[in-house]
Write a protein that binds this ligand. Structure first.
Ligand code: IPE
Ligand code: IPE
Ligand code: MG
Length: 247
């Protein structure tokens, strides 16, 4: 399948990879099998994003609320992330992919944290796609940590309350330096954010896909890009077309 050439390509696509459990249930398989198959969809999506010339791809892999799942499932998801980094890091590096992790690192086990740091460190100077992995990520937690960091500066007298601006808050988020997502895709038919990029999604376009994540493919990804290209983004203003003709 050839790469799409749309009039407007998103610079940053973020994906809520949902439906692994239901994919497995539908087949009478344990949920773990859905997660396993989901990793293959991750590989295909990263390749498709790189081929399409997308600069940033964010994948929601584990939320700060996913700790509420049964211990065996949490262990399984942690194991899959470790296996993914171990198995795919060299190839991602060879593809010139830069890896960036967002989420709370403090409460992660040291073996996982070290692998994530290694992935970031190895790929830090790569210049093709930036693959942002949201792991132990929750938007409210991220915003609270950003506020804490600002409050510490105020306590220490380095900052005045009146100096706080949206830009300053932005710079303290885990996503500092990463442009806001232009397009957010969620699979599995659910239509909610589930604590993902609440601040950054202010003007994102949304595409909800009925397929479960393990069935996500290059074709479905490019179909979402096509939908995005047909959207009229106004950012509170008027559409570019209307502005051009002065109507
Ligand atoms: C997405 O699939 C993977 C993670 C949240 C880690 P789910 O595990 O949420 O699958 P469903 O939503 O139960 O089908
Ligand atoms: C969101 O999916 C988190 C990830 C995709 C990692 P969930 O399956 O956890 O979301 P809810 O619980 O259905 O809202
Ligand atoms: Mg789910």
């Amino acid at each position: 399948m050839s790469e799409p050439a749309f009039l407007s390509m998103p610079e940053h696509v973020a994906i809520i990879m949902d439906g692994n459990g239901r994919w497995a249930k539908q087949r009478g398989l344990p949920r773990a099998m859905g997660h396993r198959k989901g990793v293959e969809a991750v590989r295909e999506t990263v390749r498709a994003a790189g081929d399409a010339g997308i600069k940033y791809l964010t994948l929601f892999a584990f939320s700060s609320e996913n700790w509420r799942r049964p211990e065996a499932e949490v262990t399984d998801l942690m194991g899959l992330l470790k296996a993914f980094i171990r198995r795919d890091l060299a190839e991602l590096h060879a593809q010139n992919v830069r890896i960036k992790i967002i989420g709370d690192r403090q409460s992660l086990r040291s073996d996982i944290l070290n692998l994530l740091l290694e992935a970031e460190e190895t790929t830090r100077d790569n210049t093709a796609l930036t693959l942002v992995i949201a792991f132990n990520y929750g938007s409210r937690d991220e915003i609270a940590r950003a506020m804490m960091s600002l409050a510490k500066d105020i306590e220490a007298g380095r900052l005045q309350a009146g100096d706080i601006t949206p830009e300053l808050i932005n710079a303290r988020l885990d996503t500092a330096g990463i442009p806001d997502p232009d397009l957010i895709i969620r699979t599995s038919g659910e239509e909610r954010l589930s604590n993902f990029l609440l601040w950054q999604a202010a003007y994102s376009e949304f595409v909800f896909v009925p397929e479960y994540w393990p069935d996500f493919s290059r074709e479905l990804f490019y179909a979402a890009l096509e939908k995005f290209a047909a959207r009229d983004r106004r950012f509170g203003g008027i559409s570019a077309q209307a502005a051009a003709v002065g109507s």
